[in-house]
Design a protein around this ligand. Structure first.
Ligand SMILES: [Zn+2]
Length: 319
């Protein structure tokens, strides 16, 4: 290859395209072009992105790596027993199968968005989700959880990625028997928790609304947390939410200190009185337990979350 002009004296240089090896000319003094045409430049970028995506860590690849490491440890280090306290967090895609909707309600509702009034909100949101994206409650797995509420505003976690399509929509649904306009102002996918450390972690769970959990799932809620009710609440049907049933035997959670008091809220009608507790609980968990508590912090903890119960804050305590 010979240049038509030297870079020091001339205006034009001959270049070979990095992608198709075609010769082309470009002027000196401008941004250097590596590709002959915009098409070649785009094609090269697509190839680069595809190569990067192939290397990206996906849940499937992570599981593959862990299986390989386990096999290696069995073969070379004589490791046979599983050690849940040393296990890493569950392998999950970067988002949970949920969408947070920010909804404004007009006119201002008759009653404040308080737990004892949530029956009406529950009915209205159930109807809205059923009529728009065809969502229905399943036994033990409610499809949404109202989170924070202030005057005329609702935040609702919906257990269906389809709910992003409701963004910017406005829907007429009765609320406490009054025609009401629900406007979905924002719809955001919920990120999966990030737990980067293995081993024992001490955390404090603080309830923002009463927590309803029990030893045996959804019946006979307790008014004080116990080791078995806390463990069951994150290792039972909660795991189905994330298709993580296989990690149930590896969830570890110990109660360190309990500072709670009983809480009772009458929802009225067929929903009756809900029993639970409020306060603080200090726990020691493994990486899997911490991941699940963080997930519960984002989407609701225990049962009756579809009425606003089980809103918690998880803080890590110093070691
Ligand atoms: Zn080219």
């Amino acid at each position: 290859m010979t240049s038509l002009a030297s870079p020091y004296s001339g205006q034009i240089a001959e270049t070979i395209c990095l992608r198709c090896s075609a010769r082309f000319f470009q002027a000196y003094g401008r941004a250097v072009r590596l590709y002959c045409t915009p098409e070649c430049k785009d094609a090269a970028r697509r190839t680069r992105n595809a190569a990067r995506d192939r290397k990206r860590l996906t849940p499937a690849r992570m599981l593959e790596c862990r299986a390989r490491s386990r096999k290696w440890a069995e073969l070379h280090r004589n490791v046979v027993a599983r050690k849940p306290w040393l296990m890493g967090p569950p392998v999950h895609p970067p988002t949970l199968p949920c969408v947070t909707l920010d909804i404004s309600v007009a006119p201002l509702p008759k009653w404040p968005f308080h737990l004892r009034n949530m029956k009406g909100v529950h009915g209205a949101i159930t109807r809205l989700l059923h009529e728009t994206i065809g969502l229905r409650h399943k036994q033990r797995l409610p499809t949404f959880a109202p989170r924070m509420h202030e005057a005329g505003k609702l935040r609702v976690v919906v257990w269906d990625p389809l709910a992003v399509e409701l963004c910017d929509g406005a829907f007429h649904v009765p609320l406490w028997d009054r025609p009401t306009l629900f406007r979905v102002e924002d719809a955001v996918e919920v990120s999966a928790p990030v737990v980067s450390r293995r081993g024992r972690t001490r955390v404090r769970m603080t309830s923002l609304t009463p927590i309803v959990i029990s030893k045996d799932g959804h019946t006979g809620a307790e008014t004080r947390p116990t080791k078995s009710s806390v463990l069951n609440s994150i290792s039972g049907c909660f795991l189905e939410r994330f298709s993580l049933q296989h990690i149930a035997p590896d969830v570890r959670c110990e109660l360190l200190e309990v500072r709670t008091e009983p809480a009772h809220v009458n929802l009225g009608g067929k929903y009756r009185r809900v029993d639970g507790w409020t306060g603080e609980v200090d726990l020691e968990v493994n990486a899997i337990g911490l991941w699940l508590l963080r997930a519960a912090e984002a989407v609701g903890y225990g049962s009756r979350t579809a009425f606003g119960f089980g809103q918690i804050v998880i803080e890590e305590l110093p070691r």
